[in-house]
Design a protein around this ligand. Sequence first.
Ligand code: HEM
Length: 512
Amino acid sequence: MEVEALRSHFSLLFFSFSISYVVFAVLVEFLRIRPWWCNCAVCQAYVTSSWAADFDNLCDWYTHLLRTSPTRTVTVHVLGCTVTANSDNVEHMLKTRFDNYPKGKPFATILGDLLGRGIFNVDGDLWRFQRKMASTELGSAAVRAFASRTVAAEVGGRLLPLLDVACECGRVLDLQDVFQRFAFDNICKISFGLDPGCFELSLSLSEFAAAFDKATRLSARRATHTIPLIWKAKRLFNWGSERELREAIGLVDLLAKEVILQRRKLGFASDQDLLSRFMGCVDNDKYLRDIVVSFMLAGRDTVASALTSFFMLLSRHPAACTAIRDEVELIVGNSQALPSCDQLRKMHYLNAAICESMRLYPPVQFDSKFCLDDDVLPDGTFVRKGTRMTYHVYAMGRMEDLWGSDWAEFRPERWLRHTGAFTPESPFKYPVFQGGLRVCLGKEMALMEMKSVIASVVREFDVEVIEGNRPPKFAPGLTAIFSGGLAVRVHRRKGGASHTGLDARTQVLRWC
Ligand code: HEM
């Protein structure tokens, strides 16, 4: 009887606590500056999703809004978000008034379950510590050389043999999936000193990859709610998408745990990879898990997305493909060896083609910060304290005032001087790798990785994109992933070397 009474007391207590929490959260939500309802045309189009009648992707709708705004800045009141495609505003946020535009607490809450205290999700000392460690590591000559050897081994030992096998059996490949596996292997080897082939996991790597995709997609979805209380309540009661997210993050945790375990097994004191360095000064496994997940996210989807859209564009621009082949032949000659780092550095046209492709299809389509104190942007827009301030990279690559009237054309030449030398653009006009104090730390590595893949693949294969002229549809998420992937058929070019030795076939099996 006493147990029964205790149980009903406990239930009552839990019930009252939940109700009080919900009432408290509702109050907090309503006291915020953000209106939860707004009749303006932009907010109505957002709330009712009527934009979808005219645009394939949300990013295309934002591009249209920003193009028609005289300041290239718009506000979506129901999201408490100001979006800009104005390069002066971007410089203001990322450099001039960096301290007024941190990631902020709301962002940390939205991505907190997935990224925890990893570099993407923190400000202040936690960010400075991780940035210092990572930039020392990724900037060192030894790591650059190691990264270049690793990428060459992945290209020669796994990627090219896989394409060979696909050629032989006339198989249709999802190129996006192939590049995700390739980029995942690379980031694990370079950042953690581990080959995913050695992981001892209860599920296959593709099941973990699917969980990773789901976790990023559902985390990003939180930011699209006009009333954040909805996802917070769902999380509290472990309902629907929030339950799915919790399960997916559970698998991501298992994968990160395995990475840390393997690194410990192999010993980390003498190793030079990024994770070993962090392990030398961090003894908190949850913090190490957050660091591992952030680097997986940084290195896998961004590079895979950039390579996938590159091959999609190349299939529509045969002249650019010929120009890349000519450049590779001129620099590498008839040698069967993969291009070296020095040779890749000399490929100016290829560099230009990659930048041009990411102008139209940036892997990170937009990025947000939070305004700490009331501010006025260079274009005169007033930004109230607590506003989410987003710079829209995808829209910026499509602005006539930034790129000229031929902005819609894929034209690598716009990045080349008359001498043929590559000329970079201001990172605030082209914030594909962000700019200012939090500029991407993996930029050079990513460019080397992409050049190595493209130079090696176009030399030996023709990549035919199946039904390649449809505009791509992006899956919602933190990076630009094509929903449905990119279906291709690969054909070996005359004189292309075969990579299908027995050894290579065994390697390929892991990716099939
Ligand atoms: C094409 C490939 C890539 C693109 C387009 C890209 C783009 C970006 C962008 C836009 C940010 C800013 C994100 C934010 O603050 O919210 C960023 C940050 C970062 N990226 Fe990359 N990235 C790429 C590849 C890589 C790779 C391969 C690494 C590998 C190590 C990497 C490591 C990082 C790190 C550590 C940061 C955080 C910097 C900080 O907050 O101080 N990225 N990247």
